[in-house]
Design a protein around this ligand. Sequence first.
Ligand code: NAP
Length: 313
Amino acid sequence: MLNILFADRIENWPLYQAPLQAALAEAGVTARLCLPDDLPPSEVDYIVYSPRGPVQDFTAYTRTRAVLSLWAGVERVVGNATLTQPLCRMVDEGLSRGMVEWVVGHAMRYHLDVDFFQTHQDGVWRQAGHVPPLATERAITILGIGALGAACATTLAQLGFKVTGWSRTPKTVAGVTCLHGADGLRETLSTAEILVTILPNTPETTNLLNTETLALLPKGAVILNPGRGNLIDDDALLAALETGQVGAATLDVFKTEPLPPEHPYWAHPKVTVTPHIAAETRPSSAARVIAENIRRSEEGAPLLHLVDRTRGY
Ligand code: NAP
């Protein structure tokens, strides 16, 4: 009998308990789900982890075979010196669907110029000059075409948008122009009417969007950031919004969360703030990912979604 420790916020236990039990049974894994007070750390075989949970020091978890994150982003644990066990991040169908819906929804808002009509409800029939272009005439760039970025890129391409994706290493995504490296970044930014950032938080991605890179965008480009707050130099973005170099931004993630009430983004007329809700891990689908990884580990198969600790994601 395996001992699996649930180490997310205790409020989430009622959401995960039944789905995890069902998924473990379905995967043929015989296990006991536990909370931290139920057993000593030395008896825990697997940890279902989130950075908001009670376990941040892994030293005493001497027989733990893997730490299975409920989050896709692992920047808060990847550098934890006490973590010597393998770390897997969450790649979950529910998470991907949520991200696709958030990105497509906010991209469509700008593509169709919804805000223009919303602010001109004054009885004037403004038709001329306000027919939106077709998606086939609109270029969207996605920085980061991993599990989430590729799902968004694929859906936007299926809608007809001219989609370019950018990653660290060469990639192939059907219907998407894939670029990588520093030259690829310059090339893709220069055409991005809508720019979506779905990169992980690493030293290499910090302030990737800064004065210099924002200047490469076509004037009036729109930015959607559901990735991480570290990706954007906030002062540079505010300056670019002021000059009109950036036309608008919808931001879901921030360097400090919750975004402090006095932050200029809240009151900015060209910024929409959403409170880190672009994509939530969904218990039923995530539980199946966790159970599958435990099954694989017990059978000696390679773990899925293993984090590369040196790369940082
Ligand atoms: P992933 O599968 O690991 O994909 C990451 C992508 O970023 C890959 O394409 C990777 O390139 C690229 N990348 C990483 N570092 C790069 C660099 N220095 N230069 C260029 N490209 C780089 O991650 P994911 O599952 O798609 O998740 C992405 C991020 O979304 C997470 O890390 C998290 O921060 C964020 N997220 C946000 C929410 C939310 O609610 N707002 C929810 C979930 C996740 P390679 O493929 O070449 O390695």
